[in-house]
Every structure is written in C-alpha cells, then in structure tokens.
Ligand binder design. Structure first.
Ligand SMILES: Cc1cc2nc3c(=O)[nH]c(=O)nc-3n(C[C@H](O)[C@H](O)[C@H](O)COP(=O)(O)OP(=O)(O)OC[C@H]3O[C@@H](n4cnc5c(N)ncnc54)[C@H](O)[C@@H]3O)c2cc1C
Length: 395
C-alpha cells in the first residue's frame, strides 16, 4: 500500500470519528460560526485525548503518537471539514513543544501530562501596548526577590485569556544592554494574586482578546523556562513549531465549503448566486489560489519529511494562507448580501422560526471581521514580506 492510500484511509477514519464523536452542540456552534465556550472545548479535548488524538504530533514519551506532518495536516483538514473547532494552538503547538525543548525535567513532569489530558488552557503573554512586531521592546518587569520574581506591567491582545489557567509571559529582567538580552520567559498561574484580566470586545462583537494586568504578582523562580535573560531564544522558537500549520489549508477548505453552500442556496434577482458571473469568477480565483497554496505546503511537508531544513521562505505559507481566509469570508458576505448585515447572531437565533442557516448568515459579518486578525497575529503580513525580501530574496 502506498502512502497516498494509507493517508486516504486514515482520513476516512477521522471523518467517521468526527461524525460520530463530535458533541452535537459543539458541531452546531461551529457550523453556525459562533464562538465555542471553554466548557464545550474542554469536553472535546477529553474526547480527543481518550482517542489519543489530542496531541498526536507530540512524541510518544509525552502522550503523543509521533505523527508525521502530512498525517497531522490530513487530520486537521478532516477535522475542519467535519465542523470540529480549531484547537488552541497556544496550548498544544506552542507551550507544549517549548517545554519539551527548553523546560526543566520538573516543569515537563508537572505540565506536559496535564496539557496532554486537555484539561489545562494556556494563553500567550507576549504583546504589550508598545511591543507587538517589535517584541524586544517589552517592558513588563520581573524583579528578583530571593526565590521569586515580582512581576508588574501589562499584556494586551491575549487571545482567550479569559479561558486560561496559565499564561507564558515575556518579562524584562534586565534593562541594560541589548533589549533582546534582558528578557526572561515565565510560566504564571492565572489564579495568582495580583492578576486582573480585562476582556476587550472586538469589532466582531466577541471577546477574543484581553488585557492582562500584573500587580506585584509573585512567581517562583522555578517557573522560569531557560536561563534568566535568555527568554528571547525560547520566545522565538515558538513560531517554529507551527510554521507549516500556518498555511491553514483545512480552515481555508472549510471556508470554501461555506462559500459554496451560500452560493448554491441564495438567490439574487431571480438567479442563484452561484450562477452570477461575479461569484463564479471570484470563487474560481480563490479555488485556484487554494490549490496553489496546498501544492506549496506539500512541497514544504515533503522537505521536512525528508529531513531537510525549512528556511525563512516558509513565511509565504503564512502570508498566503491568512489572506486567503479573508478573501473567502469576503466572498461569503458578498454572496449573502443584506442577509449578512446583522451583527447580532444571538438576536437572530432567538427569532421565531430561525434556522441554523440564518445563524450562519448572522455571524458572517462577525467572522469576516474576525478574519481581519489573521494577517496580523503571529507576525503581520508586512513583517512576513520583510522576511521574504531580506532573507530569501536578499533585497
Ligand atoms: C487575532 C490576533 C490574536 C492575537 N493573539 C495574541 C496573543 O494571544 N498573545 C499575544 O501576545 N499577542 C497576540 N496578538 C498580538 C499580535 O502578536 C500583534 O498584534 C502583532 O505582533 C502586531 O503588533 P501590534 O499590534 O503592536 O502592531 P505594530 O507592531 O505596532 O504594527 C502596526 C503596523 O505597522 C506594521 N509594521 C510594524 N513593523 C514594521 C516593519 N518593521 N516594517 C513594515 N511594517 C511594519 C505592521 O505590519 C502593522 O501593519 C494577537 C493579534 C491578533 C490580531
């Protein structure tokens, strides 16, 4: 049996699993394009963990299955098309692998099994009001007092901080010298006295972001990952672990399926939307871009599987994958026309006779606004362009 046959059989078993085991309420939430609650997500994590599919890309030593990148990508795609929610990459693709590489044996034993069980939620405390693309400018400070750091300052844009049990944060432990050489990486319990989480309601109407304030928060020194002032190396490695995922192939295919569904079910001036030339041209254009993105991602996957080093050119996957999601969401909104106008899906759903189709339309504008963030988070498109220009093209 060749690898292709194996992968397609594997994909079918994932399809069946997600059809049978994804809780109905969560499937509905995702289908309707709404935000899932922490409780819904933790329940789903537990189902996946029982199957051994929550962290299959992790090594077996830590509860994973040593899956290859191509198997992981096939899995992600089947999950997205089966209306499963996106998993919290901060927990499973960032802090988990960071602890495997840089954590002390005690930190690994303490956190990795709990993360692999799906019951612990992490958030990322990197950005600050004046430190985003220029991350080395972080000013949240941690002053050493014996065996603890006392942390003061604030973080912003902390995604799903309201769900989180723990935060990993970049803090300044030295003010002199190069800014990158005075940063440490701390693991902080969100229940610590002195932490305040203030939600930010986004333009989409949902709380995704938060501000996190630290007021004399005491963090034991043993919760520092890596050396004091050596946090920059740990911080940068995070993005390495999810680089291929940033093409977001599965998430793009999910959007394509929605765009098709909307085009086929909506009518404009006596004609199906899918029959209008403007819709057909745009759909074909985006579909072609998706095929090209997938082919590109497969090239990188093949290189990685052959043990070759992947260089900065992988930035193109993030650049293209995130922009394509926005273009699908725009097509969905345009295909829905005035149906996509309400920014209040909950109100819509409470109307007599409302269907999940109405809800999907009702959340279309919110999702389009949400997608705006994809070209900013994880390194903005301008930063990706800079990387490609300088490091790949040598400009
Ligand atoms: C959806 C989403 C989720 C996020 N989640 C988290 C999270 O969980 N934790 C966290 O810590 N942060 C998170 N962030 C924050 C994110 O990391 C920052 O928004 C991002 O790094 C950009 O920083 P900034 O917002 O300060 O913008 P700035 O860095 O101030 O950039 C402003 C504009 O200037 C451009 N720019 C900046 N520098 C250059 C340059 N050198 N050359 C050319 N153009 C440049 C940028 O591309 C952008 O258009 C999230 C952001 C989004 C949108």
């Amino acid at each position: 049996m060749n690898e292709h046959t194996n992968l397609s059989q594997f994909r079918q078993s994932v399809d069946r699993f997600v059809r049978e085991r994804l809780p109905a309420d969560l499937r509905q939430t995702v289908r309707q394009g709404q935000q899932s609650t922490r409780e819904q997500l933790i329940r789903w994590h537990e189902v996946l963990a029982a199957q051994g599919w929550l962290v299959p890309h992790w090594p077996a030593e830590w509860g994973g299955r040593d899956w290859s990148v191509s198997q992981q990508m096939a899995f992600d795609e089947a999950m997205a098309l089966g209306d499963a929610p996106e998993l919290n990459s901060v927990t499973f693709d960032m802090i988990g692998p960071v602890l495997m590489r840089y954590g002390s044996p005690e930190q690994q034993r303490r956190f990795l099994p709990t993360i692999a069980s799906g019951r612990q939620w992490w958030c990322q405390g990197y950005s600050e009001p004046n430190a985003g693309s220029d991350l080395a400018s972080v000013v949240t400070r941690a002053e050493r007092e014996g065996d603890v750091y006392v942390v003061n300052g604030s973080k912003i844009w902390t995604s799903y901080g309201q769900y989180a049990d723990w935060i990993f944060a970049l803090v300044r432990t030295r003010r002199e010298g190069k800014p990158q050489e005075g940063i440490s990486f701390l693991l902080i319990d969100m229940k610590s006295p002195g932490i305040t989480v203030r939600p930010i309601v986004g333009v989409h109407g949902w709380v995704v972001f938060n501000e996190v304030f630290f007021d004399n928060v005491r963090v034991p020194v043993e919760l520092r990952v890596g050396e004091e002032n050596g946090g920059w190396t740990v911080a940068k490695s995070l993005l390495e672990f999810e680089r291929l995922k940033l093409a977001r192939i599965g998430e793009n295919k999910r959007r394509m399926a929605r765009a098709r569904e909307v085009g086929l079910s909506r009518w404009r001036e006596g004609r199906r939307v899918a029959d209008w030339p403007w819709y057909r041209t745009r759909f074909a254009d985006l579909h072609a871009r998706l095929i090209a993105l997938e082919a590109n991602a497969e090239r990188f996957v093949a290189r990685q599987m052959a043990g070759e080093k992947i260089g900065p050119e992988v930035s193109m996957l993030k650049l293209r994958g995130s922009r394509l999601i926005q273009l699908w969401e725009e097509l969905i909104v345009d295909a829905l026309g005035s149906e996509a106008a309400p920014l209040s899906p909950d109100w819509l759903l409470n109307q007599p006779g409302a269907t999940s189709q109405d809800a999907l339309a009702g959340t279309a504008s919110s999702r389009r606004f949400l997608a705006r963030g994809y070209t900013i988070a994880g390194g903005s498109s301008e930063i990706q362009h800079n990387i490609l220009a300088k490091q790949v093209l040598g400009l």
